[in-house]
Write a protein that binds this ligand. Structure first.
Ligand code: ZN
Ligand code: ZN
Length: 265
């Protein structure tokens, strides 16, 4: 299967050379790979600088695309950190570069990073989870120019109890509107196998959410490992494939030139 969520040394939190990810994809037999490095503008509260140097990124990816022609197809993507107050900036950026694929991801809320231990100070997990889903919905509505919503329940990864006290049923009133909005807008939902890697025992989002999305009529599902290191490329893809089939999906989606292409599961 094709991995469409991959980080490299162009991301502040990865030191993987682009070639190491490409070579690993070839070893795993992937016909294509989509590199999606982080770009989270206006996040002064984070320790790392998640600004992507697009002027270096694009030429580097284009050169590699040429070099590996005939061995593997390299798609050029980006993982955009979505925030409502920078909607205009994100719109301009999305139109300024010829991306194949744009993932929209909620990483930070209320000017804070869920990765920091202090994030939960004075707030219960339930309050934070609800706020995260509500903010994500507002962002999807305000930011029209991305293809797939990345790791819908990302907030669980660094929560003090992760998903121990979480269930789709408990949060369906705030999750269903997100799924409905994506479906109406014709945008995809990502099945991010990083959830397995972070110890959640499920992808992000969990099986119940994937099932619900399918039941509501959602058909566009993208797959990515969120690998920051080649050893995690294509992580738990076999598990994800059978889970998606169980949930009623027959195809997964890979974007090229910002257009969906379908591959059998
Ligand atoms: Zn992410
Ligand atoms: Zn990522």
């Amino acid at each position: 299967m094709i991995d469409t969520h991959v980080h490299t040394e162009f991301s502040a939190d990865s030191s993987a050379p682009v070639r190491s990810q490409i070579e690993q994809a070839i070893r795993l037999g992937m016909p294509k790979i989509c590199i999606t490095d982080h770009h989270d503008p206006d996040t002064p509260f984070t320790e790392l600088d998640f600004t992507l140097d697009l002027k270096s990124y694009f030429p580097a990816m284009e050169a590699l695309r040429k070099e590996y022609q005939g061995q593997i197809e390299i798609l050029i993507g980006i993982e955009l950190g979505i925030q409502r107050h920078i909607a205009d900036l994100l719109e301009t950026l999305s139109r300024s570069w010829p991306f194949d694929y744009i993932i929209g991801s909620s990483h930070f809320i209320d000017g804070k990073d869920p990765y920091d231990a202090s994030f939960y100070d004075g707030r219960t997990e339930e309050e934070v989870f609800r706020r995260y889903f509500q903010v994500t919905l507002e962002r999807i509505k305000a930011i029209p120019n991305f293809d797939s919503l990345g790791h819908l329940d990302y907030i669980l990864r660094y929560a003090p109890n992760q998903n121990r006290f979480y269930s789709y049923d408990r949060y369906r009133d705030v999750i269903d509107p997100i799924l409905e909005t994506l479906i109406v807008q014709g945008r995809a939902l990502e099945c991010n196998t990083g959830g397995y890697q972070y110890g959640l025992g499920t992808p992000n989002p969990s099986a119940d959410v994937l099932r619900r999305y399918r039941k509501m009529g959602g058909e566009l599902i993208t797959i990515g490992s969120d690998a920051h290191d080649p050893k995690n490329l294509g992580y738990a893809f076999a598990q994800a494939r059978s889970l998606l089939k169980e949930c009623g999906f027959r195809y997964y989606t890979v974007y090229k030139d910002r257009k969906p292409c379908f591959y059998p599961l």
